[in-house]
Each structure stands twice: as C-alpha cells, then as structure tokens.
Write a protein that binds this ligand. Structure first.
Ligand SMILES: [Fe+2]
Ligand SMILES: [Fe+2]
Length: 478
C-alpha cells in the first residue's frame, strides 16, 4: 500500500512537472513571438469582414499618408500579386489607419496578403474564403486585453491567452471567422486592440468585433475597427455603429447595444434583411446579456434593454443571439414574446424552433471568480449554464440545415455543452410577427436616451483623457 502511494505521488510529481514545463514553454514561445513580430503587432494588422464572402477589409496603422497598399496573391511566395490601394484616416496618435477593401474573392480559396507602407512591409498572412454554406467560427466574448500601469506584461500576457484559445479552436475545427461580442479591450486603448489581433492565427482569420461598454472608454475603436458599417440613419456612438455581413447561408447582424436608439437598430435590421431576403439563418450579435440575470444589481438596466431588443429579435425571426458582458456562460430556452416556448435543459437539439436562443459565453481574460463558492441566481429562461472559473470558448459549425454549438473549457478536448439548432425552411418554426405599438414608443424613447448618454460619454472622455470629440459627431457618431 505504501509503495503504491509512493508510486502514485511520483507519478503525480511527474505529471505536474510536465504540465508546468508545458505552460512555461508556451509562455516562452509566446514571448519570443511577441518580440520577433513586434512591428506587425504594433501596426495592428487584421482582416475585417466585408458584407459578402467575396469581400474583406485589411487594416493596419501607418506613418505615411500616401502609398499604402495590400498585395494579394494566391501563392505563398506572393507571385502574381494584385495591388490594392488603401484609404487612410488620421488617428489621434498622429499617424494613420489604412484600410484596403478587397473585392471579388473566389469561394473556397486561400489568399496570401502583405500590408505595405513607406518603409514597412508586413509578414505574409492569409485569408481563406468559405464554400457555399459550410464554415466554422470561433465565438468568444469579453476577451478583455487589459493595459495595466503596474504590469508592463499585461497586454502581452492577455494577448497570449487569447492566442492560445484561437489556436485550440483551430485544432478542433477549420475556423475561418472569429465572432467577438464586445469588451475586446478593457480601456479601449489602441495597444490593447493591437494585442487582440496580435497572433498569426488572428491575422489569418476574419475577425468580427463589436462595441462593448469597455470599448467606449476611449476612442481608439473608431480607428481600429474596419467593420462594413451601413448608412442607416439614427443615433450612433462616436466609435461606431451597426453592420451586417453574410457568410455561407447566414446573415450576421452585428449591433451596438450600448446605443439605445431602437428606431436606428430596427431600421438597420430591416434593411439588412431586405438586402438578403433568401439567406436562411439569422444570427444577431451584441454586447449586453439579456436573459442570464446572473448579476442582480444589473437587472434594472437589463429590464430596459430586454424591452428594446427582444421584440426586434422576435419580429425579425432571429435564430441565435450571441451576447456577452456578464462573463457568465448561459444558453437560453427557445424564447418568444418573453416566454419560454421550449425548455432545453434536457435536450441537445431543436428543430424549427418556435422562437430564438440567446447565448452568452464566459470571458477570456476575466473569467468569473466564484467567491466563497456562492452560486449566483440564474434567469428564468435559461436552459443551460455553468458555474465555473474556467475560461470558455465556443466553436460554431454552420451548414445549410444546422448550427452546431460546441462549448469548451480552456485546455479540454471535449465540449462541456453541445447543442444543435436545425431548420427545415427559412422561417423554421418562428411565429409570424404581431404588432405592438408600445414597442415603437420604447424605441423612440431609447433614441432620446441615447442622445443624453452620448453627451455623457463625450464629457467623460474630455474629463478623463482630455479627448475633444466634436459636439455633433459625439452625439450622432458622424
Ligand atoms: Fe466585460
Ligand atoms: Fe461589458
């Protein structure tokens, strides 16, 4: 017995030693990568979606106002490269943000690109386009790359954590898209965003980001993002508005839920659907957690946000809503008209759902800590949830007939939750809309509120960082 105990403890020591060595090795190789790729990291090279699969925008920071271009080739050696000129916008730091809009990409093809400015040429990265309807995406939220005055390695380390998550997801599925539902950067700083897209995996993947409340703490998101924003009229934040894109048979509706102008959001969604009437799946993305109800002191705010968003989700027959903000993983029942229509606690698949599923993932760099083992409450419409301090990420496999959601804990090879949403027709089981005039009033009042909210943000920026946002632009986002 004693021998067995001894053998067991030796075995455990070896396991611990090996896993520590593994962690140290990973940290060392990330440190080396961070150092040797510092220029591309500082330039914040990344690929944003275009509205269609044949388009992308490649973006980076540059010191030169002119002669900024992307070279794009189907060969890794960059032979027969096509040159695409970038447009620039002056940044608050005194340099420029360059955006090269790429069109006419073919389906199911890998392209290689470099970003070029006077005296700068990036390494070679790649973009892979999907075939007709099958593709996989990594869904993460609240990545929270955080600048810390007291810890100069904070951005590097947070970025390394995210890099590891992307690489784990890529080992599991052929990820061509990252869906990120806000709070990419804790202070909204440029160096945090550059850290967010610092890994080669990130630069080789199309990245769809949106405005979390933390992204509004500064104005760098405005210059960093290269989202294909629409021109729909309404109140917007200074840092950005809503955008949509289609990939495969899915329309992604990406919205800024810091902005309460419901008239604007409804106009945006309506026009996006009008432009894509035949796309089968609709996925909405925004920052605020509507149904988790895991943080009691946020519930008064959440009630108002639910009032604004849930009628829109119902009206436009959204299949899946991806959110964030609470840092708690939850997946709702099938919900319609603020009621559970199909509980999902005991099932792993739903076909032709008679409503929508609302999902929130955990944070990458700020996972919830469960103080004293206290379990927080959970919303009445939540079907699946976990109480964990683990980092969570999700692989979503999209095809014509289904969306398969697999949720993983960091470092684990099998998902802790797997759920499939299937549809046999475009409408699926979604009920036809009903009209409620109260919703129009709520949306209008949300717009009035958002004007005052934008004024508040504008004055905070002035007070905290001496950032002078022009008055009209600060209110309307233009
Ligand atoms: Fe957050
Ligand atoms: Fe947040």
């Amino acid at each position: 017995m004693r021998n067995m105990k001894r053998a067991l403890s030796v075995f455990l020591c070896i396991v611990i030693a090996f896993s520590c060595t593994g962690v140290a090795f990973a940290q060392d190789s990330w440190n080396a990568y961070w150092q040797s790729n510092s220029t591309d990291i500082e330039k914040g090279v990344y690929v944003a979606p275009g509205q269609t699969e044949s388009e992308r925008t490649i973006r980076w920071y540059t010191d030169s106002k002119d002669r900024n271009y992307v070279l794009l080739s189907e060969s890794k050696d960059m032979s027969k490269a096509q040159q695409i000129t970038a447009n620039v916008t002056a940044t608050p730091q005194g340099d420029y943000s360059a955006e090269a809009h790429i069109t006419s990409l073919k389906e199911g093809t890998t392209y290689y690109y470099t970003c070029n400015s006077d005296g700068y040429k990036s390494a070679v990265y790649s973009i892979t386009t999907s075939t007709r309807s099958e593709f996989s995406a990594l869904y993460v939220t609240d990545v929270h790359i955080s600048y810390d005055e007291e810890n100069k390695d904070s951005i590097k380390n947070n970025s390394g954590k995210f890099a590891s998550v992307i690489s784990q997801a890529k080992e599991k599925s052929d990820i061509s898209l990252i869906l990120s539902t806000g709070d990419q950067a804790s202070l909204g700083r440029r160096d945090e965003y550059c850290g967010y897209v610092s890994s080669a995996d990130a630069k080789n993947t199309t990245v769809a980001i949106l405005e979390g409340n933390h992204d509004r703490k500064n104005i760098d998101y405005r210059y960093f993002n290269a989202n294909p924003e629409t021109n729909d009229k309404g109140i917007k934040s200074y840092i950005g508005g809503d955008y949509w894109f289609v990939k495969g048979d899915t329309l992604f509706l990406v919205c800024d839920s810091n902005n309460a102008d419901g008239v604007y959001h409804r106009r945006f969604i309506k026009n996006a659907i009008k432009a894509n009437p035949d796309v089968k799946w609709r996925v909405a993305m925004f920052h605020h957690d509507l149904l988790g109800s895991r943080i009691p002191h946020r519930e008064s705010e959440n009630k108002l946000i639910r009032l604004l968003w849930m009628p829109l989700i119902d009206e436009f027959a959204i299949d899946l809503v991806l959110m964030g903000h609470s840092h708690y993983y939850t997946m709702s029942n099938v919900v319609y008209n603020k009621k559970t229509v199909t509980p999902i606690a005991d099932i792993n698949e739903v076909t032709d759902a008679k409503g929508s599923i609302y999902m929130v993932s955990g944070s990458i760099n700020r996972p919830r800590s469960l103080d004293d083992g206290e379990i927080p409450p959970v919303g009445e419409h939540i079907g699946k949830y976990v109480d964990t301090e683990n980092v969570i990420y999700n692989v979503l496999d999209f095809s014509e007939n289904s969306i398969v959601i697999k949720s993983y804990y960091d470092g684990e090879s099998t998902p802790f939750n797997e759920f499939t949403i299937s549809k046999t027709t475009q409408q699926g089981g979604h009920p036809k809309r009903t009209f409620n005039p109260i919703n129009n009033i709520v949306r209008f009042l949300g717009g009035v509120y958002s004007i005052f909210n934008n004024i508040g943000v504008r004055s905070d920026l002035k007070k905290k960082y001496d950032i002078k946002v022009p008055f009209f632009a600060g209110i309307s986002g233009k």
